[in-house]
Write a protein that binds this ligand. Structure first.
Ligand code: AMP
Length: 743
């Protein structure tokens, strides 16, 4: 079976690590640096344009129809923040061209093509590739009609009556009974967990000591600003807001801007799509207007968990500050050219948007960049930052920036406990909680497909579905999967079926990520398969369909995913594959309940599937098992060759510029990759420890001790690439020779 075989190849995803962009490009003279001096207002426009090009090469173009359709002056934010206008063009970002010159990625599409994929299939195989095509669909029209049968409100037989799925499945209901039992057992365990959680909740006293008094936040929430004019903003800032066609502040903007302008610390609950970036960027720009004019120094740092979000934030900031000539922005993110960033940071941009690791790197190693004058720190997606192994890096940053500062924390959920927040040295923060969306967008149709015991048919089902959804004009379809390995597998499987799709997840190089997003945005590749991680902050206009290939862990994440479509009052459709776990079923139940409460029962439907056709496609996929393995192996080999070639180039550069390199101060690292992984393990363990009994706890503590006693390997310590140069050159040549001989 495909699934079993894939397990043996868990390192197939072509990853060119960040450091690979750091091949010293010493031909680059420092003289080429365009100094970012303060500019006169009449020159500001031109210089700003150049700046943003130098900094992150954001393309200024917008697809015309996006401009007109998305910039809706009458646009109103819903409290749930799920409606957005989108004139964001940050995804047009092309990466750092110079940085990418030296690096190449494996051409997976080329490999798939060589193996017979990405072409219209003919002959017997046609039956598989054609399933779901227009002809077949017409034939199947009758059943298609019934596809949209209303889903019984008990959600696949989760309650009393029968469900609106295909009768051929012969559901006798008995499995449901078993599952109810399983579910109730589970709920007992969950309840026990919850009890533990409750015990750990912050006490009222702790909250009173930590947060500002409630009155301060309720006042902020109750004063609703229906226009930006009442927010006491200066003219250039209002002009910037106007240029983005923002007419009315979103709820988070209305509540957060006045408090941030007062210099107070904030902990705000706001999800992507609620206008949170402008909620902190507007007061930052307003405050920077009054900075001392002569001294160039970095006064604001915005930390984000991902490069994409950093780029997006930088784009929004640059646009909002369009009419303020004295503010400049810098980026310090992994995956982009280190030297170029260094040069940019040398001019000490007022606002630096950074991912934590790269920021520490620059603070330690970039001459003349420092964070001694930081007055405002923003932590975006703070919940994620606190959870996902950034703790050590955050602590390090906290120790490096002045403690006398304003801290603004934006978080999608407010689950962080005070003891986690203490390390961020907030001073009596004001809590602003804008309710996250508890209901789907008004014009969203939510479809569910019950998978039952046909998990292995899911790739075939996905193909079948995309063919059907994407029948007429090209539509954008986002497919969510739980794991990046699956995203990659699906790209190959669908490729062999003749369908080109893009993937987006954490194991791709920056170049590959940008390619995926840009291709998707321009509709060149209308299907994007991604993980939740990569989808955060994804702000692409007009996504018609969201497919949940794997069910998300919670209804909140489900809402977040389906919120990618049916935005800004448009129509949209989501199709979710539902497995048999109680987790999957709970999400369906919540969707149905929410629709009922809002009198929108007819928007939740069960999709009937012609499983015989899906089986046919699956037969085709099964026949391609060996080809899939071959593709993965070839990809792995090419990746190794590329990696080795890069090492060789690095070595050659090192030799060529030996004197210059040895004259430079040595780079120091805050954590090696292995140390970072280890600290993630330790953090995860200590989190789990809190919720388990003492016996299990002891076992975990032993594991934790082992992790702590980890010593740096020779590799970690090594900074000198020359040693391996000759060896690698021989290896690459041998591999190339072998490959040539094979082909
Ligand atoms: P964010 O939550 O910052 O990712 O913003 C989501 C989207 O909302 C972006 O496309 C913004 O351009 C847009 N947006 C932010 N604030 C406003 C506003 N006040 N009015 C209209 N659109 C906005």
């Amino acid at each position: 079976m495909v699934a079993r075989k894939f397990k043996d190849l868990d390192d197939f995803v072509p990853t060119i690590s960040d450091s690979e962009n750091e091949v010293p490009d010493l031909e680059d003279s420092d003289d080429e640096v365009v100094k970012q001096t303060k500019v006169l207002p009449h020159k500001a426009k031109k210089t700003k344009k150049n700046q943003s090009k130098q900094q992150h090469d954001v393309k200024g173009e917008l697809v015309d129809e996006d401009v007109h359709e998305d910039l809706n002056p009458g646009f109103e934010f819903e409290l749930d923040g799920s409606e957005v206008t989108s004139n964001f063009d940050g995804w047009n970002f092309e990466g750092d061209k110079r940085a990418n010159e030296g690096t190449k990625d494996v051409d997976l599409d080329g490999i798939i093509r060589r193996k017979g994929g990405l072409v219209q299939l003919v002959g017997t195989e046609d039956s598989a590739s054609d399933v779901g095509s227009e002809d077949n669909d017409t034939e199947n029209e009758g059943s298609d009609e019934s596809d949209d049968d209303n889903l019984a409100m008990d959600g696949f037989g989760m309650g009393t009556s029968a469900v609106g799925e295909d009768a051929s499945d012969g559901n006798d209901g008995s499995s449901d009974v078993e599952e109810e039992v399983e579910e109730s057992e589970l709920s007992a365990a969950e309840a026990a967990d919850q009890k533990l959680e409750v015990e750990e909740e912050d006490s009222d006293d702790a909250k009173a000591a930590f947060y500002a008094p409630d009155e301060e936040s309720s006042e902020a929430r109750n004063t609703v600003h229906s226009s930006f004019n009442s927010l006491s903003l200066s003219r250039p800032v209002l002009k910037g807001v106007g240029a983005l066609n923002y007419v009315k502040p979103s709820p988070i903007q209305s509540a957060a801007i006045p408090i941030a302008l007062l210099g107070k610390d904030i902990i705000a609950g706001a999800v992507t799509g609620s206008g949170k970036t402008a909620a902190y960027m507007i007061p930052i720009i307003e405050r920077l207007l009054y900075k001392p004019a002569q001294v160039a120094s970095t006064r604001v740092i915005v930390l984000t968990p991902t490069r994409e979000l950093a780029i997006q934030v930088s784009d929004v900031g640059t646009k909002l500050a369009k009419f303020v000539s004295t503010i400049n922005f810098g980026l310090a993110v992994g995956g982009l050219n280190l030297r170029q960033q260094e040069q940019n940071l040398r001019s000490r941009p007022d606002v630096v948007i950074a991912t934590p690791g790269r920021l520490i790197d620059h603070i330690r190693n970039s001459a003349s960049f420092n964070v001694e004058s930081v007055e405002i720190l923003v932590i975006d997606e703070a919940d994620r930052m606190l959870e996902e192994g950034f703790q050590d890096e955050l602590n390090e940053i906290m120790s490096l920036i002045p403690s006398k500062r304003q801290t603004l924390l934006f978080s999608a959920t407010m689950n962080a406990k005070i003891n986690q927040l203490i390390s961020l040295s907030l001073k009596k923060p004001i809590k602003i909680m804008i309710d996250p969306p508890r209901q789907a967008a008004a014009k969203l149709t939510q479809e569910f497909v019950r998978i039952r015991k046909r998990e292995d048919l899911k790739p075939a089902l996905l193909f079948h579905l995309i063919k059907r959804l994407d029948d007429q004009a090209q539509k954008r379809i986002v497919v969510f999967v739980a794991r990046k390995e699956m995203a990659h597998k699906l790209r190959i499987i669908l490729g062999l079926l003749g369908m080109k799709v893009a993937e987006l997840h954490g194991s791709l190089s920056q170049e590959q990520r940008l390619q995926s997003v840009n291709g998707f945005k321009s509709l060149e590749i209308p299907v994007l398969i991604c993980t939740d991680l990569a989808s955060r902050g994804l702000d692409i206009p007009k996504i018609e369909f969201v497919i949940n290939f794997d069910m998300p862990k919670s209804y909140e994440i489900y809402l977040h995913r389906v919120g990618r479509t049916a935005r800004a009052g448009r129509e949209g459709r989501s199709v979710t594959f539902v497995g048999e776990s109680s987790q999957d079923r709970n999400v369906v139940k919540s969707a149905i309940k929410s629709a009922e409460e809002n009198n929108k029962q007819d928007t939740v439907v069960g999709r009937m599937i012609d499983w015989s056709r899906v089986e046919e496609i699956n037969n085709f996929i099964s026949n391609k098992d060996d080809t899939i393995i071959e593709i993965l192996e070839e990809e792995k080999q090419e990746k190794e060759i590329l990696r080795a070639e890069m090492e060789v180039r690095k070595g050659e550069n090192m030799l060529k510029h030996k004197d210059e390199i040895s004259a430079r101060p040595k780079r120091t690292w805050f954590q090696s990759e292995a140390e970072k992984k280890n600290s993630k393990v330790i953090n995860a363990l200590s989190k789990t420890k809190k919720t388990i009994n003492s016996k299990k706890r002891k076992r975990l503590e032993a594991t934790e001790d082992r992790a702590r006693s980890y010593k740096k390997t020779k590799n970690d310590r090594s900074t000198d690439q020359q040693r391996t140069y000759a060896k690698q050159r021989a290896k690459v040549d041998a591999k190339k020779k072998k490959k040539r001989a094979r082909t």
